[in-house]
Design a protein around this ligand. Structure first.
Ligand code: TYM
Length: 333
């Protein structure tokens, strides 16, 4: 059976290695399988849950499209579009917010992290963010949603919302219950400066992440400065338990060359840390530099990028408007 793939990325600038290894790399693989129908969305409505500079947001939407294409997603084969051009997303989000329960949303750890200590000052959009995400997925009858590990809880909420909608309106199987596609190993890439924090675009220090637009020299410098510890390279996986930064670097390396942690540990056991870092820089440069160069090239062709959005949004609109029409009928509008 062909899979219907849907996923989204926020256009908030600084797309990084975590986005790539946790999500985009998987998008490319899935989209290269001709039996899958793939839809990749630049979630600009989600982006404004935090304050954005309008001019920068416009540029970041195009940069996110450029990143998809530079990474290997073919806009002729997959639908690539931005959320705000398809009104059904906002409409469905409202209807589903009347299905989702406060208690469910109150459990979302990402809201707690992002809202920080002063929850009262967080926007309502930030709180209801996972409902909009559910709308994104359910409008397209997605069967599979490739994401990084940090989105797992949101996917579970999406499934609960779909189930409750179907039960409440007695429309069995109308909203399809999606499966998350999360990599088993290394689905969460951590900061290069603090192995207990996830690699993130909002982290102040640029040295904490490898951006997908970094140059060769920037990548080498960041890996040189990446935090490690004073112990030698590990020879067993157990030794990594308390060594978060080292585990992260070994995980990044293993993910890039598509091998297991165990095999990487065996091949570097007894070697100097600097040897490992040199090798890690080398594979990172091999993978990221061509993407970075291609993003920069594509960004100069704004017309091409805008055209991808126009065409993608038309196709997305065709699918989503049919589903929202049925939702209206079911609800009684
Ligand atoms: P966003 O924009 O924060 O991240 C995009 C994708 O990158 C993954 N990711 C990571 N994976 C591993 N390690 C990391 N350090 C790391 N940081 C980010 C995320 O898990 C994600 O897959 N809510 C979503 C966007 C969204 C969406 C959707 C996703 C909106 N609607 C519908 C799927 C389906 C988000 O904010 O992702």
């Amino acid at each position: 059976m062909s899979k219907k793939i849907f996923s989204g990325v926020q256009p908030t600038g600084n797309l990084h290695l975590g986005n790539y290894l946790g999500a985009i790399k998987n998008f490319v693989k899935l989209s290269n399988d001709n039996t899958n129908d793939c839809i990749f969305c630049v979630v600009d409505l989600h982006a404004i849950t935090a304050k954005q500079n309008p001019k920068e947001l416009k540029d970041n939407i195009l940069e996110t499209i450029a990143t998809f294409v530079a990474s290997g997603i073919d806009p002729k084969k997959s639908i690539i579009f931005n959320q705000s051009r398809v009104p059904a997303h906002s409409e469905a989000a409202w209807i589903l917010s009347c299905i989702a329960r406060m208690g469910w949303l109150n459990r979302m750890t990402q809201f707690k992290e992002k809202a920080g200590k002063d929850k009262e000052k967080a926007s309502i959009g930030l709180f209801s963010y996972p409902v909009l995400m559910a709308a994104d997925i359910l409008l397209y009858d997605a069967t599979h949603v490739p994401v990084g590990d940090d989105q797992k809880q949101h996917l579970e909420l999406c499934r609960d919302i779909a189930q409750k909608f179907n039960n409440e309106f007695e429309v069995e199987d109308f909203l399809k219950i999606p499966e998350p596609l999360i990599q088993k190993e290394f689905s969460r890439i951590m900061s290069l400066k603090d192995g207990s924090k996830k690699m993130s675009k909002s982290e102040l220090s640029d040295l904490s992440r490898i951006n997908l637009t970094d140059t060769k020299d920037q990548i080498i410098n960041k890996i040189k400065k990446a935090k490690t510890d004073t112990l030698p390279m590990p020879s067993t996986i157990e030794e990594l338990k308390e060594r978060h930064e080292v585990k992260n670097l070994i995980g990044i390396y293993s993910n890039l060359i598509e091998t297991s942690l165990e095999k990487t540990i065996v091949s570097f056991s007894g070697k100097n840390f600097s040897d490992f870092k040199d090798k890690l820089s080398q594979v990172l440069v091999e993978k990221i530099e061509p993407i970075s160069n291609e993003i920069k090239k594509l960004k100069r062709d704004k017309e091409y990028l805008s055209q991808i959005l126009v065409e993608g949004s038309q196709k997305a609109n065709e699918i989503a408007s049919k589903k929202i029409k049925k939702i209206h009928e079911i609800v009684g509008f």
